[in-house]
Design a protein around this ligand. Sequence first.
Ligand code: SAH
Length: 207
Amino acid sequence: MPKWPPRWSEIKDADVLAVMERVPRHRFVPEQYQGDAYEDRPLPIGHGQTISQPFVVALMTELLELTGESRVLEIGTGCGYQTAILAELAEEVYSLEVIPELSEKARRQLAELGYENVHLRAGDGWYGWADKAPFDGIIVTAAAPAWPPPLIEQLAEGGHLVIPVGPTGWDQILWRGTWQEGELQKQRIGPVRFVPLVSQAQYKDSE
Ligand code: SAH
């Protein structure tokens, strides 16, 4: 099991650190990258997508401030690694993935590992999952060109939306938005680099 590097002193939440040590990342990493599964960096998972860097997974998870009663929505299931981390800390996890093959593969992997509180669906995450809303936490693991209004609408009072916003490749900023008394309070976390959120709706909706 992993021994993550010293930079991880930035992560203060002991529950998040414990889960990061427990969840077997190698089960989500393709055969040819098995030797790198516990390196602190992203790796290819096919379809031009990546499994996120573990430090970024830990940071984004910590920002959600989950409890055992939280209902969480994830946009960008990918291989399902972040989904597993969330499933360890929250009550129910809903996760959307736009590439059906990845969603299906993640479903099998998460079932093999015994996670029963995850609900996966293939589809465009820009719109969220309205009939399961509101959510105590929403995490977007692909860079959005703008804040998706449907996700903001699906936050519970006091709920956090953790999201990288910015153009493809460059100048992406990780934000945490908190829904409080009818307003979204935005906190800038820092620069990050993610694959793009691909959505037919984003331009139309963000006007
Ligand atoms: N959460 C993953 C990271 C996956 S990379 C992990 O644990 O490592 C981001 C994922 O977002 C990719 O699989 C990509 O296909 C997906 N994605 C991109 N645009 C999307 C959209 N509009 N809706 C849902 N998923 C999307």
